[in-house]
Structures are given as C-alpha cells and as structure tokens.
Design a protein around this ligand. Structure first.
Ligand code: IPD
Ligand code: CA
Length: 297
C-alpha cells in the first residue's frame, strides 16, 4: 500500500472500474430511446429516471463491497451534507445529463473516492464511446478506448504558452442572472475578444456539457484548461484525481487559492505542462479581476 490512507487504492480502483462499466451499460441501453426529464432548479438543471436508476445501482454495488465508506451521490445527497475526512465515494451517475436527453454521446459515469477530503481514486467512463479514464493516488493516470491499448496520461505535455493559443473548456451552468452570470459573461467575452479590443483572442472555447469528460481531456493534454464556477464535488472528484495523477493541477476558479477543497464549487483545471502552471493560472485569474461568483464554501 503505497499511500498514507492505509487503503489498497489499486484494488478499490479495479472494483470501481467494474462498477462503472456495468453502470454504463444501463446508461447506454437507455440512451437508445427518447428520454423524458424532470426540471430541478430550472430548464438548465434536469434529471431523468435513468440518472436515479444508475445512481441506485452504483450505490448498491459500492456498499456491497465497502460498507464502511460514506457515499455521496448527485441524485440522493441531502442539502448541506458535508464531506468528511472518512473515505467517501463521490458519484455522478450521469455527468452530461443534458447531452443524454439530446442524444449527444458526451456522457459518462463518474465515480471518485476521497479520503481526508482528497481525491484518491477516480474512474470516468463514457459507455457510448467505451472510453475509460482511471487513476489512483501515486499510480499514475490511464485511459483506454474500447479494445484499444491502455495509454498513460498525458498524451503530451508541451509548454503552456498562455491564454491566446489555448483550447479552454467553459460552461454556462444553470444560473443565468446575477453575479454568477455576470462573471461568466465577463470571462467568456475577455477570452474570446481580439487582443486589439482588450481580450485574449483565445484559440478555442469548448462547452462539452460534461465537466468530468472535459477535465479528463485536460488531463490527457487535449485541452489546456477547464474553468467553471457552480459545478459540484460529484462533477469533479473522479476527474480531479485523474488530472492530478497525470501531472495537471486544480486550483480555485477565483483568484488566490492554489489548493482548493473538493467541494469548492469553483474550479480551474490546467493540463500537465513541462514549463509549470503558474504563469497560465495567474493570467487566467487576472481576467477575473474583482468580479466574484456567489459559489463556494
Ligand atoms: C453538469 C455538467 C455540466 C456542468 C454543470 C454540471 P450534470 O453535470 O457537468 O458540464 O456545466 O455544472 O452540473 O448535470 O450533467 O450531472
Ligand atoms: Ca449528473
């Protein structure tokens, strides 16, 4: 056991991979027919019966083997329930529910394990593309598509050259008014605008519709960064472990905190890079200025 948790993280990871693959079969079978959904907070925040069914399945499989661990799932969590130091599975049964109801194949099952509130194991599985990403602390991060070879992450880690040439993942989230919307609008406009008009002229801004998949792409080095204020621990914990094991970094989505907690709700993920992360992160934080979202602990 090569980690301070005293747990066999690799064995747990292998079990989580099996659970994610089986849960993915439920997800992909449901995707072949039109999906009814229920609105939660607003039209941008929805849930389907499949989300609940997949979460119940994952819960039952995880507690059958690791009954003493805590479980936090998107569809069953109680408002205000805190993540403790105790080993805790943090699960999104479908990350990318909006893609799911539209038949867009960027969907995944996301299963993380946090110990001491730190992401220790992460498994993200897209059952439509049969694409699996996984990592456990100290053992590196990997991905495998269908029956293809297992590949170590990152695929590449060239120097970060700043926001101009970057491919950055962003999301509008579900709050479309007030300070959260204002901050998104400011950041997205500044990234998109030409330098002559005061912007960064960023090469590309991508809304994948799944924070977990996007962070895995950042871990692979396919995208340079992902920024979102408003998503939740279940959207990021699994992919965060994969990112960190690949050599990337997760910092606060607001300026200043280089080591945010898993339930920070404001995240900036940056890919592995030979020349380090600090100048890129400082440049990103500088466009936020004194604007603030209302999210956070
Ligand atoms: C959402 C996705 C989306 C992000 C939202 C999440 P869901 O998760 O990750 O990309 O912008 O903040 O809530 O609702 O599909 O599980
Ligand atoms: Ca979800």
């Amino acid at each position: 056991m090569d980690n301070e948790s005293g747990l066999d993280l690799q064995a747990i990871c292998e079990y989580m991979v099996g659970v994610a693959r089986n849960a993915g079969e439920i997800l992909s079978a449901s995707m072949s027919s039109p999906q009814a959904f229920t609105v939660k907070k607003n039209t941008a925040d929805i849930v389907t019966e499949t989300d609940k069914r997949v979460e119940d399945f994952i819960h039952d499989q995880l507690v059958a083997r690791y009954a003493s661990f805590h479980f936090l799932g998107e569809e069953t969590h109680k408002t205000g329930s805190a993540i403790t130091d105790h080993p805790t599975f943090i699960v999104d049964p479908i990350d990318g529910t909006s893609n799911f109801v539209h038949g867009i194949p960027d969907v995944c099952v996301s299963i993380g394990l946090a110990v001491g509130r730190e992401p220790m194991v992460g498994v993200v599985y897209n059952p439509i593309h049969e694409e699996l990403w996984w990592a456990s602390k100290g053992q590196g991060a990997f991905c495998r598509r269908s029956n293809g070879p297992t590949r170590k992450l990152p695929f590449s880690s060239p120097p970060l050259e700043g926001l101009g040439p970057a491919c950055i993942g962003i999301e509008w989230g579900s709050d479309r008014e007030g300070p959260n919307f204002e901050l998104n609008a400011k950041v997205f406009m500044t990234l998109a605008r030409t330098t002559a008009t005061g912007g960064k002229f960023t090469n590309s801004l991508r809304c994948t519709g799944s924070a977990a998949i996007t962070i895995c792409r950042v871990a692979a080095g396919q995208q340079d960064a992902f920024w979102e204020c408003g998503c939740w621990a279940w959207d990021v914990t699994a992919a965060w472990c994969i990112l960190a094991e690949a050599g990337g970094i997760m910092v606060d989505g607001h300026p200043g905190n280089w080591s945010p907690p898993i339930d920070n709700r404001r995240y900036l993920a940056v890919r592995p890079a030979e020349n380090g992360h600090a100048p890129f992160i400082e440049e990103f934080w500088s466009i936020i200025g004194d604007k603030r979202s209302t999210y956070g602990p």
